[in-house]
Design a protein around this ligand. Structure first.
Ligand code: AQP
Length: 333
């Protein structure tokens, strides 16, 4: 579609303050695609309402997520940055793809099972069909690669199944996308329960390091991170807490696990936790500075949203129209 330039698409929900999990597992990697791919990065506000949101918070976080994209190095001249609800084709294609998705397939989605346990008072149809909207997000742009954390891999695989099923009936409609996960950092764990993924909607704020936490808060949270009764810094089975901290240190510094084991030989957990807190705070400081600057000009952010939505809608409309024609919908001009 873009003279053979491959396409990268991904999104982040403005469903809470973004975490270092969202940063290391997803956003930090988005920029690396800008040179070789046509990139679409979306703030997926329609996904966020599968769980109840306070409207004022959702609005604020939508601006913040866009500002964070740019603060994390996504240049709007090289990447199409936009808000999902500004491009109506996402919801429209989702309806069409619903008719090509099995109830059984959706029932098997781990995130649906987890979230319906967590929000037992609001197991809505949107929570169930969330992966179909995500498939529409991806397929609208004839996407080749989807950079995501491990938790979203199952959804991208379902998207591939839906696209293959559609293509088998209506050939050459969709490009089949590949999930791309960071070699390290694709699943950052909670600091309070390192067997659980770090999540922006976790009620325990000490379990989560937010991208916008100040230096003291970051260091305090790492100091309190749950580890084990061993004393040496080594990566091993059953040491989930320390493994998680080593992964975080490794991704922020670029050092290998072996380098880290050597660096901290003979030193205790206290020293190591302090070091992880410091590298994390150092790495996030420039992101926070740029974020403040982008947030101080709301008109500019809105102009950016508008430009991104126009660029995205141009491509999305072409795919949607192709799908509608293949399905036999009457086209009027
Ligand atoms: N802990 C994590 N480690 C690595 N990657 C992660 N991602 C999320 N958590 C981690 C990746 O961040 C991207 C955006 O995630 P999302 O906003 O689509 O929602 P999510 O996957 O459901 O993330 P959260 O933080 O857990 O949100 P809530 O609490 O609202 O459900 C995705 O690529 C995701 O893989």
């Amino acid at each position: 579609m873009f003279q053979n330039t491959p396409v990268s698409f991904s999104g982040v929900q403005p469903s809470g303050n973004l975490t270092i999990g969202n940063y290391l597992g997803a956003i930090k990697n988005f920029a690396s695609f800008s040179e070789q791919y046509k990139c679409f990065y979306c703030v997926v506000d329609e996904h966020a309402i599968t769980v109840r949101q306070v409207p004022a918070d959702l609005r604020r976080r939508t601006y913040e997520t866009l500002a964070l994209y740019m603060a994390c190095g996504l240049d709007p001249e090289k990447n199409t940055l936009y808000v999902q609800s500004h491009v109506k084709e996402h919801a429209e294609l989702a309806w069409l793809l619903n008719c090509f998705t099995g109830f059984g397939e959706l029932s098997r989605m781990t995130q649906f099972k987890d979230k319906s346990q967590k929000h037992a008072d609001n197991i809505n149809a949107g929570l169930f069909t969330y992966p179909v909207l995500m498939a529409a997000d991806i397929l609208l742009y004839q996407t080749d690669v989807v950079p995501v954390g491990i938790d979203q891999k199952q959804h991208v695989e379902l998207c591939r199944d839906i696209a293959n099923r559609f293509n088998a009936i209506y050939p050459d409609t969709f490009t089949i996308p590949e999930p791309i996960m960071a070699k390290s950092g694709a699943k950052i764990m909670s600091l309070a329960d390192p067997t659980k993924k770090m999540s922006k909607s976790d009620e325990n704020t000490n379990a989560v390091v937010y991208i916008l936490d100040d230096r003291d808060t970051i260091i305090r949270k790492f100091k309190r991170a749950v580890t084990d009764s061993d004393t040496c810094i080594r990566y091993a089975e059953g040491k989930d807490g320390i493994n998680n901290l080593m992964t975080i240190y490794s991704v922020f510094t670029g050092k290998t696990i072996e380098d880290i084991e050597r660096e901290f030989e003979g030193r205790g957990y206290g020293d190591f936790k302090m070091a992880v807190g410091e590298v994390c705070a150092d790495a996030l400081a420039p992101v926070q500075e740029k974020f403040k600057c982008f947030m101080s000009d709301k008109a500019q952010l809105e102009a950016q949203m508008k430009k991104g939505a126009e660029e995205a809608a141009y491509v999305a409309r072409r795919t949607l129209s192709k799908v509608q024609k293949k399905l036999g919908f009457v086209q009027i001009r």
